[in-house]
Write a protein of this length. Structure first.
Length: 244
C-alpha cells in the first residue's frame, strides 16, 4: 500500500502589522464633508466615508443656510483678513451618528489656509510633529543623509527645502520652524512625485505608537481635508515641479 506524502497547505488570515492596523483605523474613523466655493462662486460639497454620497445630506436648505456665513452683498467671496470662524452644522448620518461639517477656509486666501494648517499642527504633540517630519523627509528623499547631509548645514540644503528654515533634522528644529517645514512639505503634494495619499499614510504610520493617537488621527483628518480641497482649486500653472 503506497503512502501519500503530499500535504495541503492551509493558509490562515494574514496578520496585520501595527502600521496597517493604524491606517485601517484611520480610514474607518474619519468621516468628513468638505463644503467649498468654486471659481464661479457656486457652493459645492464632497465627502469621505459616510458622507461620500453628498445627495443624502447636502440639501438646498443647507446651501441657503450657509449663505448666512458669507459677507452681505458678496455671496461668492470671503474677504475678511481675520481668521475665519468655523461654521458647523449637524448632519444626521441615517441615525448612526452626527458629525460636524467644516466650512473650510477659502483656498484663494493663502494666508488663511496656512494659518489653519499652523493651528492644526500646533495642536499635535511636538513628538508627533518630529515623527511626521522625519517620515515625510524619508518619503521625499530616501537617500537624503547621503546626498544632503545635515552636517553640512545650509550648504547641502535640497532645492525643495523651505528657504526660511534652517537645514536641520526635524528633531533639532525650533517648534515654529518644524511646523513651517511640515506645512511646506504638505503643500508640495500634487506638484511632483509625492501625493496627498502618500503623505497621509506616512503620517499615520509614523504616529502609530503615539499615546494620543486617536486625537492625532482626527487632527490629521482635518489637515488632509484642507489640503485635498486646496488641490482641487489649484491649476497647473500654480504648480512648481519639485524634484525629489
Amino acid at each position: 500500500m503506497g503512502i501519500n506524502n503530499s500535504s495541503t497547505l492551509v493558509q490562515g488570515p494574514t496578520k496585520r502589522t501595527s502600521h496597517e492596523n493604524s491606517f485601517t483605523k484611520f480610514k474607518n474613523m474619519i468621516h468628513y464633508a468638505i463644503i467649498f466655493q468654486d471659481e464661479d462662486g457656486a457652493i459645492k460639497a464632497t465627502g469621505f466615508g459616510s458622507f461620500e454620497d453628498t445627495h443624502s445630506w447636502f440639501t438646498q436648505e443647507l446651501r441657503e443656510s450657509l449663505q448666512n456665513f458669507l459677507p452681505s452683498g458678496q455671496p461668492t467671496q470671503l474677504t475678511s483678513d481675520r481668521p475665519a470662524k468655523r461654521c458647523r452644522t449637524l448632519v444626521d448620518d441615517s441615525g448612526k451618528q452626527k458629525a460636524a461639517v467644516e466650512v473650510l477656509p477659502d483656498c484663494s486666501n493663502t494666508q488663511r489656509v496656512i494659518a489653519r494648517y499652523r493651528q492644526n499642527f500646533s495642536n499635535l504633540t511636538q513628538n508627533d510633529c518630529r515623527s511626521i517630519g522625519q517620515a515625510w523627509i524619508d518619503l521625499i528623499e530616501p537617500n537624503k543623509q547621503r546626498i544632503h547631509p545635515y552636517t553640512k548645514g545650509d550648504a547641502s540644503k535640497p532645492n525643495w527645502w523651505p528657504p526660511n528654515v534652517q537645514h536641520r533634522s526635524p528633531h533639532h528644529l525650533w517648534p515654529d520652524d518644524r511646523i513651517t517645514l511640515l506645512i511646506h512639505i504638505l503643500r508640495m503634494s500634487g506638484k511632483g512625485k509625492i501625493t496627498c495619499a502618500e503623505l497621509r499614510e506616512a503620517a499615520v504610520q509614523s504616529t502609530a505608537v503615539s499615546k494620543t493617537q486617536e486625537r492625532t488621527l482626527k487632527i490629521l483628518g482635518e489637515i488632509f481635508a484642507i489640503r485635498e480641497n486646496e488641490e482641487r482649486v489649484e491649476t497647473p500653472c500654480d504648480h512648481g515641479v519639485y524634484q525629489a
